[in-house]
Ligand binder design. Structure first.
Ligand code: SF4
Length: 707
């Protein structure tokens, strides 16, 4: 059987598709007689735009439409004209939507003029290999481009079997996708590791797949949806992804020069927190919340294999939450490797400073700690299992360990009130030295979330999000089953408090880059240097119990507990002394108060920030992998050259030339290698000596935008 696996726009062009990699490995292992191919439609689309627009529509435009506009559905709209065979379909509605929402749609409109031709071109590419089965994976805005291609394929070759799977197919969404698109033969709902091979066996035998759990299939003109199974895929049955085809496609692509490629790995599925306390707004894990993780040793061996094979040191983990066992059996292995990895991890925000330090040592540069709010009552309402004070501590420790931290400040929870926000808003100016949220956003209703599943939690009135009106030509009741995001009546705060919150966060975003609040020690004194925007620049000196109190408050404590500790430590003070000092420290913005808990705000270090004037260490640098070195050269403006040094002679010479070395001490082979490096501008040969030019870069500026 010939099986072609397809990932369509708007899959990120710097990442391989984990789903394709897993299915490719799975089919190759379980059905060695089959021929498996991959079509990277996302990469092809970026190439197509670049070429047809004469270089005007670049990968940056792809990201703007494909990732940044996810809540406006622009990427799906680009392909809806091709799906509905009408270049003007949905355009008037989009224009109207864009005016009301103040968004720019010019780039998406230009892209749309190429969409139908691209779909035809993709169909040529898929059919050239004469596959029997074409499998699409669809997540976020991949639905419409995938449907447009599936329709074209079936029109040209009706006997072809078209299968859809991926997060967009979970639960009712998969059945709606199937029954509304007759050209989609099968939809795999839920995880594919057991269902896809079972479907292929039925296709071999020509039998109806009535026993494949969760599968949607056609019985004549009737769309059948098999009951979904509660059985989740065991970690031992999750294959290690095969990215060879992606690498080949990327290497041959003109888009490669715009892209910083990364590996995608999966350690765990589901969420161990959500199993017990499902955060009320979160629909992330669809129908499979049960937490399962590969042993850390196995995850590391996958990372090791992929890094060596692809010569890539940037690693994105897709786990929705880190397995806490990885602090013992995965991260220490990464830290011990000595490689200059850059990893991304989603974590829970109540990690200890030691755990954050280990993350940093392991090569993790970017975390998503799911902070969501700085007020404990709102965090309680969302069942987040963390306090505002703890979240502040995490933000502070990210500065201490040079970790880029992405987070959103969410509001609009049923039951919240202005009182839950005013104290936080008043304190936001004191936080400007910590990494700000991406913005203050009203929560949106997501399918699979507790808010969605239980209308009694406050969002009784709901309907498919407005953006789907310019994406799908389907009636409201079908959209209700098909889509992931819903519009509701606003809950929680609004009016003046909402406006104050948004303004304070905007201020934080604009004031952050030049702001610092740092500790240093001077003998027995603790100095706090305040260089935050909006305050007089000054240094505070604390001694005795006051210095000890500040240190004790790095962990966050209530006043009584702090008093007890200070007295136990032998300090002499009264409760009144402490209360007075806490008030004073709060006024100075050196503490954050969350209910009765105080947490100290100064940091012990300030990471290099990306927007620091004169900061240029990313112009030319090298990173070390197991048996290779990557050199990035961005010295020529607008040009990014990437070299992989893995030839043993070249590598050994590069190592030797880390120190200036007399040419006379180099062997003939080393001299030849030194000249090669010099020809590429990576070494300098002068005055009878040679030296390598790119310094080793091990720590990254914050924010680390490359990951
Ligand atoms: S928000 Fe994060 S921690 Fe909460 S249920 Fe979702 S994945 Fe789990």
């Amino acid at each position: 059987m010939g099986i072609t696996l397809v990932t369509m726009p708007w899959h990120p062009i710097d990442l391989p598709s984990l789903q394709l990699g897993l299915l490719h490995a799975l089919v190759s292992r379980t059905r060695p007689q089959d021929e498996v191919r991959e079509v990277h439609g996302s990469l092809r689309w970026a190439e197509f735009l670049l070429e047809r627009s004469g270089g005007r529509l670049r990968p940056g435009d792809y990201v703007r439409v494909g990732s940044d506009s996810i809540f406006h559905g622009l990427g799906d709209w680009v392909f809806s004209g091709a799906l509905y065979d009408d270049p003007d379909w949905g355009t008037a509605r989009l224009r109207d939507y864009a005016v009301r929402h103040g968004i720019d749609v010019d780039v998406a409109c230009e892209m749309r003029t190429y969409a139908a031709e691209f779909i035809a071109d993709c169909a040529d590419a898929v059919l050239a290999d004469e596959p029997d089965v074409v499998g699409f994976t669809t997540t976020f805005m991949q639905n419409v481009s995938s449907l447009a291609l599936a329709r074209e394929l079936k029109a040209r070759r009706p006997r072809l079997t078209v299968v859809f799977g991926g997060s967009n197919c979970d639960g009712p969404m998969g059945h709606a996708l199937h029954r509304n698109h007759r050209f989609v033969d099968h939809v795999v709902r839920g995880e594919g590791e057991y269902a896809f091979p079972a479907l292929l066996r039925h296709l071999d035998d020509g039998t109806p797949p009535a026993d494949v759990p969760g599968l949607c299939w056609w019985e004549g003109e009737v769309s059948r949806a098999n009951p979904e199974s509660r059985r989740t895929v065991a970690p031992a049955d999750i294959p290690s992804p095969d990215y060879d085809d992606w690498q080949t496609a990327l290497d041959a692509s003109p888009v490669a020069e715009y892209v910083h490629p990364k590996l995608v790995v999966e350690g765990a599925r589901g969420c161990w927190w959500g199993e017990k306390h499902h955060c009320t707004f979160c629909g992330l894990n669809g129908s499979a919340m049960a937490f399962r993780a590969k042993p850390g040793e196995r995850l590391w061996s996958e990372v090791d294999r992929l890094v060596r094979r692809h010569r890539i040191l940037d690693v994105v983990t897709v786990d929705n939450i880190i397995d806490m066992a990885y602090f013992k059996d995965f991260l220490p292995r990464a830290a011990a490797s000595g490689w200059d990895l850059r990893m991304h991890y989603e974590v829970k925000s109540n990690l200890t400073p030691d755990q954050l330090a280990l993350l940093a040592d392991s090569g993790t540069v970017h975390i998503q700690p799911g902070i969501e709010s700085l007020g404990s009552r709102v965090l309680d309402l969302m069942d987040k299992g963390v306090t505002g004070a703890r979240n502040i501590r995490t933000l502070r420790e990210c500065e201490n360990h040079s970790l880029t931290c992405s987070w959103n400040l969410l509001y609009g929870f049923p039951g919240e009130s202005a009182d839950d926000y005013t104290a936080v808003i008043d304190q936001l100016p004191a936080l400007v030295h910590l990494q700000p949220p991406s913005g203050a956003h009203r929560i949106q209703l997501e399918r699979f979330s507790p808010h969605f599943n239980d209308p009694g939690l406050g969002f009784g009135k709901r309907g498919p999000a407005e953006m789907y009106q310019h994406v799908y030509d389907l009636p409201e009741d079908e959209l209700t089953d098909l889509v992931y995001l819903f519009d509701t009546e606003d809950a929680g705060i609004g009016g003046e408090v909402e406006a104050r919150l948004k303004q304070a966060v905007e201020r934080w975003l604009s004031d952050h880059s030049g702001s610092r609040l740092t500790f240093t020690e001077d003998g027995d004194s603790l100095l706090v240097h305040d260089q935050r925007a909006g305050r007089p620049q000054r240094t505070h000196r604390f001694t005795g119990w006051q210095a000890a109190a500040l240190r004790r408050l790095e962990d966050g404590r209530i006043g009584q507990a702090l008093y007890r500790l200070l007295v136990e430590d032998g300090h002499r003070l009264t409760v009144e002394d402490l209360d007075e000092w806490l008030r004073h420290a709060l006024e100075l913005g050196l503490l954050f108060r969350d209910g009765r808990t105080y947490v100290a705000l100064p940091t012990w270090g300030v990471p290099v920030r990306l927007d620091e004037p004169g900061y240029a260490s990313q112009m030319l640098y090298h990173r070390r992998g197991p048996d290779f070195v990557i050199v990035m050269d961005r010295r020529d403006k607008g040009v990014s050259a990437r070299y992989t040094l893995d030839d043993p002679d070249l590598l050994a010479t590069f190592d030797t030339l880390q120190e200036p070395t007399p040419l006379a001490e180099l062997s003939d082979r080393q001299l030849q290698a030194a000249k090669l490096l010099a020809d590429e501008g990576l070494a300098l040969l002068a005055d009878g000596r040679a030296v390598a030019l790119p310094p080793r870069l091990r720590s990254w500026p914050v924010p680390c935008t490359g990951i």
